[in-house]
Design a protein around this ligand. Structure first.
Ligand SMILES: NC(=O)c1ccc[n+]([C@@H]2O[C@H](COP(=O)([O-])OP(=O)(O)OC[C@H]3O[C@@H](n4cnc5c(N)ncnc54)[C@H](O)[C@@H]3O)[C@@H](O)[C@H]2O)c1
Length: 338
């Protein structure tokens, strides 16, 4: 951060940064996607100037906030450099990715090219154009089957999908660039993110799938049911991205609720929020599926001064409201339950 930058404090915490009187500019890759669009909103709420790069491969134009500037670009294209040259962003929040495990299995080349090579490009350009800090959206998938719970950042890493491998490789490139090029970064490993605008093929798609099937009166399939997941509301994730960006720390952080919820409990919570009675069809747990998962977020609480603002019940309430309002738009979008 240069001397010309001023930190504006609100309730003792950094609320926004001003560069010599001007707004600081943030480039958000994947800003038309589920999480990226909430990150854009969070940044605009904090008065940053926001530039989005998105290829719309899984993002949607209607997710793009009118107050942000949009470049339709692929992060793996050479033309990405034009955006850095023209916009000279102060920060980069890198969320663009091939985020589906299923797609990574079907097309490992696309997955690796987008997630690893794409991240290499974004990181190198960030360094070349003097970006103050890059925040990389990584995933709990890099840990795989836990050897202890809750999983902290020191937990051994083991990848069981091409998606996890491509994210892990991208993490390693950033970590090494931190050493070799003094790249300033934070790597955020998200647990299962949910909330409005989620694509039902996403990693935490189970919540949007349950809600939308219940809205359609469709049958609900539960594979197993007693397996646990760590669901985090997307607005809490967006806040973590902002705090990681303005904070002094450089490192790897779990961003999670640190709460285990079984799929059965989740189904009950959603049914009760929607005030519907539905008897799910039970099927056996899918082969290779992780039985228990919960991430320790203590490091993020202590070092980023991040706090959870949404309980699962609060987050589900907003999510159900969103899908109920947008029922027509989302019906028919959903392929499977998990
Ligand atoms: N959703 C989750 O539960 C979860 C959990 C852990 C990590 N993550 C990570 O968070 C990030 C956002 O995930 P999401 O759930 O919002 O997914 P998403 O698919 O909704 O968003 C990804 C965005 O990136 C864009 N994109 C994809 N490839 C691109 C390319 N080559 N060039 C430019 N833009 C491209 C897509 O169009 C989309 O707008 C991803 O990096 C994902 O790996 C998500």
């Amino acid at each position: 951060m240069s001397l010309a930058d001023i930190a504006i404090l609100k309730e003792g915490k950094v609320w926004m940064l001003i560069k010599g009187g001007d707004k600081l500019k943030v480039l958000v890759t994947g800003g038309a996607g589920f999480i990226g669009s909430h990150v854009v909103e969070e940044l605009l709420n904090h008065q940053y100037e926001v530039v989005i790069v998105d290829s719309f491969v899984t993002g949607f134009p209607e997710n793009v906030c009118v107050d942000a500037k949009l470049y339709r670009r692929d992060i793996t294209d050479l033309e990405l450099e034009d955006v850095f040259k023209l916009e000279k962003p102060d920060f980069v929040l890198h969320l663009a990715a091939q985020a589906s495990v299923i797609t990574s299995t079907n097309d490992p080349y696309l997955d690796f090219f987008t997630n690893t090579v794409g991240t290499v490009r974004v990181s190198l350009l960030s360094k070349k154009y003097n970006v103050k800090k890059i925040i990389f959206a990584s995933t709990a998938a890099v840990y795989d089957e836990p050897s202890y719970l809750p999983i902290d950042e020191k937990h051994p890493l083991k990848q069981q999908s091409y998606y996890a491998l491509s994210k892990y490789s991208a993490e390693n490139f950033i970590l090494l660039s931190g050493v070799m090029q003094d790249l300033n970064y934070c790597i955020l490993r998200f647990s299962n993110v949910y909330g409005p605008r989620q694509n039902a093929e996403g990693e935490a798609g189970v919540i949007s799938i349950f809600i939308n099937r219940l809205l359609k009166n469709d049958e609900i399939y539960i594979y197993g049911g007693s397996q646990t997941r760590d669901f985090i509301y997307v607005k809490d994730v967006a806040a973590a991205c902002h705090l990681a960006m303005v904070g002094k720390q450089k490192g790897v952080y779990n961003i999670s609720s640190c709460t285990e919820t079984t799929i059965n409990q989740l189904f009950q919570l959603i049914s009760s929020e929607m005030d519907v009675i539905s008897i799910p069809v039970y099927k056996s747990l899918r082969v290779g599926e992780i039985v228990q998962s919960v991430l320790d977020h203590t490091k993020a609480l202590q070092e980023l001064e991040w706090r959870l603002h949404y309980s699962l019940v609060d987050g589900l309430k907003e999510t159900v409201q969103y899908y109920s309002r947008n029922k027509v738009k989302h019906l028919g979008n959903f392929i499977t339950s998990s």
